[in-house]
Write a protein that binds this ligand. Structure first.
Ligand code: HEM
Length: 123
């Protein structure tokens, strides 16, 4: 049994900010993905990092600022099909590759992302 949260094991918010920064570098390099995102990427980056931190046992700042996550509802404005799901996962996977994530934690991330990305498909 793990004694600590994934948030703590990864060293706190800085890890999730770095992960999100790398993920968004992938988004910016991918014209199909970039077109789905707004001109100003900074608010989305902040929200995603805070969401991950909260989801993996860190502070509840995301919900204090944004309210209940309702992620599927928040993604309703975007047409997310299998292609978008797979692009999202590929950029997140590259972001994880670039950071030194131990195998056990990597497994937890991969399992969650595959499940959550599938849940976001709406098209
Ligand atoms: C593991 C699956 C996913 C998770 C956990 C996730 C999480 C999030 C979160 C937390 C936000 C910010 C919500 C807020 O404003 O409070 C967000 C925004 C967004 N997501 Fe996702 N998402 C996922 C999958 C996807 C997929 C598959 C796409 C489509 C390719 C996508 C496209 C977007 C877009 C376009 C935004 C808006 C960004 C902005 O307004 O700056 N997401 N997502």
């Amino acid at each position: 049994m793990q004694q600590t949260t994934l948030f703590e094991r990864m060293g706190g918010l800085a890890f999730f900010e770095e992960l999100v920064e790398r993920f968004y570098e992938g988004v910016e390099s991918d014209p199909v993905m970039r077109a789905m995102y707004p001109d100003d990427l900074e608010p989305g980056k902040a929200a995603l990092a805070l969401f991950f931190a909260q989801y993996w046992g860190g502070p509840g700042t995301y919900s204090e600022v944004r309210g209940h996550p309702r992620l599927r509802m928040r993604h309703a404005p975007f047409q997310i099909g299998e292609r978008e799901r797979d692009s999202w996962l590929a950029h997140m996977s590259s972001a994880l590759d670039a950071l030194d994530v131990p195998a056990a934690e990597r497994q937890e991330f991969d399992t969650y992302f595959v499940m959550a990305a599938e849940h976001m498909v709406n098209h």
